[in-house]
Design a protein around this ligand. Sequence first.
Ligand code: DOR
Length: 437
Amino acid sequence: MSRLLIRGGHCVRPDGVTQQNILIENGAFLDFDPPASAHTDDVIDATGMHVFPGLIDDQVHFREPGLTHKEDLRTGSMAAAKGGVTAFMEMPNTSPTTTSADALSAKLARAKRSCVVDYGFFGGATGQNTAWLREETRACGIKIFIGSSTGDLLVDEQELLEEIFAQTRLPIAAHCEDETLVRANAAALDGGLVISDHSKIRNAEAAAKSAARTIDLARRHKHRFHLLHVSSAAECDVLRDRPEWVTAEACPHHLFFDTTDYDRLGSRVQMNPALKSPEDKEAVWAALQDGTIEVLATDHAPHTLEEKDEPYPRSPSGLPSIEWLLPLMINAASEGRCTFEQIAAWGAANPAKIWDLKGKGSLKVGLDADFSIVDTEALSEVQDGSQVTKCNWSPWHGSALRGMVCSTWVRGFRAYHEGQFADPGSAQPLQYERGVS
Ligand code: DOR
């Protein structure tokens, strides 16, 4: 039995911030404000610091196996720890794709060896593997690309989608951009494309049309559905008329960038769904604020700068962000865009609930001791070439973000501390307390 005391920090929860001592035993929160006489093996002084719940990032692309020149499970999980993330859920568009029991087993085995934070993996839908998805219990959920993106996973045929929604029980997360409209938009532009055309091709209409189609499937089949990376006001409008078992997510790139950033950042801010207008960006913030969107996740999607520097449209879509997640949000809070409490709700409590994660999501007695100790006044300097993510660049290069993660703890184990990482091997697969789909 080992006992750790975190002394003097300000604990951040969705319902408030309170200064408390935290007693941790065997990797779980044992007591807040324990008696001074409580026995401890180790004491960490967090006076003047904030203690945030470990963030749960429900959408990352860590590229292993197959694309490990961009990222791998070790570097991706280290970048996560540095950004205040204690658990991630990874997408299936690796090479090979996570579309079979064997591929999922292989990923789980790799993660056990490589990760410094806890992990879960989506099973990818192909339209031909529904029998597997129906039986699989180890996946955190099912990912459907209803609209193509990086890789060749795509299920667009109505019949196949009906089958997946009818026959499976794991929660479904989908990339929604209407494939037919996206292709028609590209054809209409007729060659000579420049980077800003990305937002004309993958426009708000394409995102909203696909979101509405998928919410209709979720409603009719009474199937849990999580709309990934909401980027537009039109999708927020679609979401306002949804059954309670439909949830949604926003990502930092759609909260902090818009189409006016192409001039400055070019293909560094090329992603799918594409950036939208400044008004769309404000609508995504408003939807987070009013509860239409419940979850904040990164969609961390690293590519090398060399790949990104290819002329559009050969430049790949996606950008790294997980390493700066908590500083980005604390910085936003310092500008009055959100509160610390909301960061705890959007980034930890809500994803834990939506994905039925056992023992995760908050600073609460009995839950896993997943948290970060954060100096909310210190500045995090973002510089290309000195990052943990293997692609080693950031669209926020040159920024000084208010908020610095000093250390990150996963089940009471220190995964990250002032630039140093624990040896991999202590991370564990997420456990699920499945509700009814
Ligand atoms: O921009 C994106 N990049 N969007 C996705 O949906 C996939 C991701 C990737 O894997 O590169």
